[in-house]
Design a protein around this ligand. Structure first.
Ligand SMILES: Nc1ncnc2c1ncn2[C@@H]1O[C@H](COP(=O)(O)OP(=O)(O)OP(=O)(O)O)[C@@H](O)[C@H]1O
Length: 453
């Protein structure tokens, strides 16, 4: 889904209303002028109702009200900017919303959660949000959004010297990759703030692109074999590399016999500065007993990626500088259910599946809020959160854990032995994020232990 296709200049406006209802009414008025078959009042009611069950305030002055109805076209997006700020019922803070992105989606739109996530992810960038709020004119605002939606934000051409060094790095990386018998080159696309350098990538071997930005893989067709999208994993480059490879494995793009030549640089620097060789098998040796299926059959790769992203944020951002301990169990919920007991009343009880799906961008905050509850999150393979605050009652005597790890990690290891699931634990004492499969622990991020490569 190319987001720039749903953004029209006519639906980018300055708002006058100061509460959410007035703002939504203004956005609906401009949206429906071209679609007279749609009923403004019914849509407004739907949006307000959605807002009252769960706030759509994303933080940083941005709200993303949305509703799914019979629309007759897949999506309509309207954007309102408010100088005075719009009051909303979000719990994050008292700050008013300065930017409102209203998304109407057809009930049949299949990639609805992905579209919501893509928009929310773009709005996660403080700098970008500021540039929209401060855009001198609505045309500028539209242009900035349009280019960001079209992929990586378009930026002016980089200095010639940087491009020359990058071309040299690319050539050398390919030479190293061939010399070392690598099966692929993996490029960290977030090094660049625009896609230009990447479109010129002309490696004569299998190349993969890793990026946090939500881009349409079609724009790199014939350039990169696959685009691996990762969430905000860690800012530490070695940890990012591990996570990207892990995502590549779960997506079936990489396997344990691959040797990969990784090429990257500091995010946004436009400068490639490091080549690293990774033997996938050796890197993930601990998980390679006889099995190579890291991902249980029923777990979607994007669900694992999402949980890893949230777990990393809990470890890195934490609360008051301290990591928040947490445990997630993914997949095989039929079996996991039999081995858990609620410690508290399930806070997700009664929510629609769509609203408690981990792929829904609004779930991040909810999960983070509930992470202070003792016990584990149990998540179905398709992302639906079944429960929080569950006590895992499984035991495993065959796998020893590193010293210092207590009952949370023991429970994670044990449940991954007795059920076909993946468990992810965030340690509250060390900030380490660990993945467990069949009782084997794979440390994904050790806080403070990795330095930049
Ligand atoms: N069997 C279990 N099921 C679900 N959650 C558990 C289980 N055991 C412990 N926990 C959770 O882990 C928390 C921390 O327990 P403990 O300190 O023993 O674990 P740990 O592995 O050392 O983790 P940390 O590094 O975060 O301290 C508990 O307060 C509880 O919320």
């Amino acid at each position: 889904m190319r987001l720039e296709k749903i953004i029209a200049r006519s639906r980018v406006i300055d708002l006058h209303g100061t509460d959410m209802k007035q703002a939504l009414d203004e956005l609906l008025t401009v949206s429906l002028s071209r679609f007279p078959d749609l009923k403004q009042e019914a849509l407004l009611r739907g949006l307000i109702q959605r807002e009252s069950t769960m706030t759509t305030y994303l933080g940083k002055g941005v709200a993303l009200p949305h509703v799914r109805v019979k629309l007759g076209r897949r999506y309509i997006l309207a954007i309102g900017r408010s100088k005075a700020g719009v009051h909303h019922d979000g719990t994050k803070s008292d700050e008013p919303a300065r930017l409102i992105l209203m998304l109407l989606a057809d009930e049949k739109a299949r990639n609805y959660l992905q579209v919501l996530t893509a928009i929310a992810r773009l709005m996660d960038d403080d700098h970008f949000v500021r540039s929209l709020i401060d855009a001198p004119t609505l045309n500028d605002l539209h242009e900035r959004l349009f280019s960001a939606f079209g992929g990586l934000a378009a930026k002016p051409a980089r200095a010639a010297q940087q491009s020359r060094v990058n071309r040299m790095m690319m050539r050398q990386a390919e030479r190293v990759a061939r010399g070392a018998g690598c099966s692929a080159i993996m490029v960290f696309g977030d090094t660049f703030s625009g896609p230009a350098d990447l479109r010129n990538w002309k490696a004569r071997m299998r190349s993969l692109l890793v990026t946090r930005a939500l881009i349409d893989p079609a724009q790199f067709k014939g350039v990169f074999e696959s685009v691996i999208q990762v969430r905000t994993f860690s800012k530490q480059r070695l940890a990012q590399l591990r996570s990207a490879i892990l995502v590549g494995i779960t997506r079936g793009v990489l396997n344990f016999t691959d040797r990969v030549c990784c090429l990257g640089g500091i995010a946004g620097s436009n400068q490639l500065d490091a080549v690293v060789l990774v033997d996938v098998g050796r890197e993930f040796q601990t998980l390679l007993t006889q099995h190579t299926d890291l991902l249980p059959d029923d777990v979607k790769p994007e669900v694992l990626e999402r949980v890893l992203g949230i777990a990393t944020e809990l470890a890195v951002e934490g609360r008051e500088g301290k990591p928040i301990g947490c445990l997630f169990v993914l997949g095989d919920t039929a079996r996991v259910d039999k081995l858990t007991k609620p410690l508290v009343m399930n806070p997700f009880y009664g929510y629609k599946e769509e609203d408690r799906n981990i792929l829904n961008p609004f779930m991040d905050e909810t999960v983070k809020e509930f992470s202070s509850i003792d016990g584990a999150f149990v998540i179905r393979g398709d992302g639906v959160v079944m429960s929080a605050g569950s006590l895992i009652q499984a035991s495993d005597n065959d796998h020893a854990l590193p010293s210092g790890l207590g009952s949370r990690h023991a429970a994670a290891a044990a449940i991954s032995v007795v059920a076909q699931c993946i468990a992810i634990a965030v340690s509250s004492s060390t900030g380490q994020v660990s993945l467990f499969r069949r009782g084997v622990m794979l440390p994904l991020m050790e806080k403070g232990k990795f330095s930049a490569i």
